[in-house]
Design a binder for this molecule. Structure first.
Ligand code: ADP
Ligand code: MG
Length: 399
């Protein structure tokens, strides 16, 4: 997937020109509508500075949440504008529409050292269906297109893929370039053993991609609610644990193909599901979850075993927390894996974390800087690692 990047553009291709940049500002908002985490905003600063230093005028498109083609005021990108202005140190103008004449006019009068942010692309019905008419209207917003929305590059949407048909040059932004560089280190494994850790709750989305990892990895550790689904597939009693019933046939197939690479937890931390109260938590053998309780973390024996495998790895890819890490008392498994991943890195291993919640977990453990790379895209990183390509990258100009 060699594609032209922002760094390849000649100064004249940027100077004075409107640079339409698809970013991923799908940020979490707190109850009062403020931006709760700035990671994704900060991740785009190198691209924005690169463009502005060369006289380009950034026009930003992003989605936020899943408004499904209707205007949902709670998913407006408006609260992002002041935060971006603060991070970037230049004024950010917000226009509350996306594909309108108003937006095009605003794109034509942004000044030097000013940024234009438009409204949520997913307020428009044609975004997720990759409607060519909408893509063509997006193309009127810039003279150059830059995809820096790594977290959205696995989506064939109008502002990611369709727009590239109508706007040239179309190039990769610096964040996308950095992500691809880091992740390609996991496609061509140079240091073994290659250990993959799967956890989290989005089982249906992820289990289909697991096959590619089972082929390439030396060991696949499974924790979190993903493990509950595998344990259920193995016939274990899982009580009230989060299990994705639809995914059980696939889990069964992986188990019966007898893959010796798969490692499931041997013990679990269980508690009352509603209370999720650490005081009432206890440890049981995997497969012996009482009918009224739920498994909310991997147990101490599994933590030790997982950590040992991770410490001895040459390459690590981790997606999905080992338990309900947001709740005190159910984060020990996730922390144990985070610490082991940091230790592996310190010993010369190459370690990558993908997934929004996994990235939050490694931050919560204070270890973001102690691993090789924390990806800003969960689904995108998984899909790239499994397939070796992404629709939003394929659509860009060849290098
Ligand atoms: P990521 O965002 O890293 O890809 P997911 O979105 O798939 O990860 O899953 C993260 C969520 O999974 C977290 O909110 C976490 O609390 C939840 N989770 C992990 N293990 C369990 C479990 N055993 N029971 C319920 N929820 C769990
Ligand atoms: Mg998540």
């Amino acid at each position: 997937m060699r594609r032209r990047s922002l760094a390849d553009l000649a100064p004249a291709e940027l100077d004075g020109r409107r640079v339409l940049i698809r970013v991923d500002y799908n940020v979490p908002l707190s109850g009062d509508g403020a931006v709760a985490d700035v990671t994704r905003i900060r991740a785009t600063l190198p691209t924005l500075l690169h463009v502005m230093e060369r006289g380009g005028r950034p026009v930003l498109l992003s989605h936020l949440g899943r408004p499904k083609g209707t205007i949902m005021p709670s998913m407006s990108l408006r609260p992002v504008a002041p935060v971006l202005a603060d991070e970037l140190g230049v004024p950010v103008r917000f226009v509350p529409s996306t594909d309108t004449d108003e937006a095009v006019e605003a794109s034509c009068d942004i000044g030097r050292d000013e940024v234009l942010l438009l409204e949520n692309t997913r307020f428009l019905a044609g975004e997720t269906t990759n409607d060519p008419a909408l893509a063509e209207r997006f193309a009127r917003l810039g003279d150059v297109f830059v995809n820096d929305a790594f977290g959205s590059t696995h989506r064939a949407h109008a502002s990611v893929v369709g727009v590239t048909e109508f706007l040239k040059p179309s190039v990769a932004g610096l964040l996308v370039q950095r992500e691809l560089q880091a992740l390609s280190g996991l496609r061509e494994i140079s240091r073994r053993p290659f250990v993959v850790i799967f956890g989290g709750a989005k089982i249906g989305d992820k289990i289909g991609l697991m096959e590619a990892f089972l082929e390439r990895a030396d060991t696949v550790l499974i924790g979190g609610a993903m493990a509950n689904t595998f344990l259920a597939a193995a016939g274990a009693s899982t009580g009230r644990s989060l299990v994705e019933r639809d995914a059980i046939p696939v889990a069964e197939r992986f188990l019966t193909s007898g893959d010796r690479k798969l490692v499931l937890p041997t013990d679990l931390v269980v508690a009352d599901l509603e209370a999720a109260d650490a005081g009432s938590a206890k440890v049981v053998a995997a497969g012996e979850v009482p009918p009224d309780l739920a498994a909310l973390d991997i147990g101490p024996e599994s933590q030790g075993a997982f950590a040992e495998v991770v410490r001895g790895a040459g390459t690590v890819f981790w997606n999905g927390p080992m338990g309900l890490f947001e709740k005190p008392g159910f984060d020990a498994g996730t922390v144990a894996v985070a610490v082991a991943t940091a230790e592996c890195t310190a010993a010369g291993g190459f370690t990558v974390i993908g997934g929004g919640d996994s990235a939050a977990a490694i931050r919560q453990a204070g270890l973001s800087e102690a691993v090789s790379h924390v990806s800003t895209g969960g689904g995108a990183s998984l899909e790239y690692l499994a397939d070796g390509s992404l629709p939003g990258i394929e659509a860009l100009d060849p290098a």
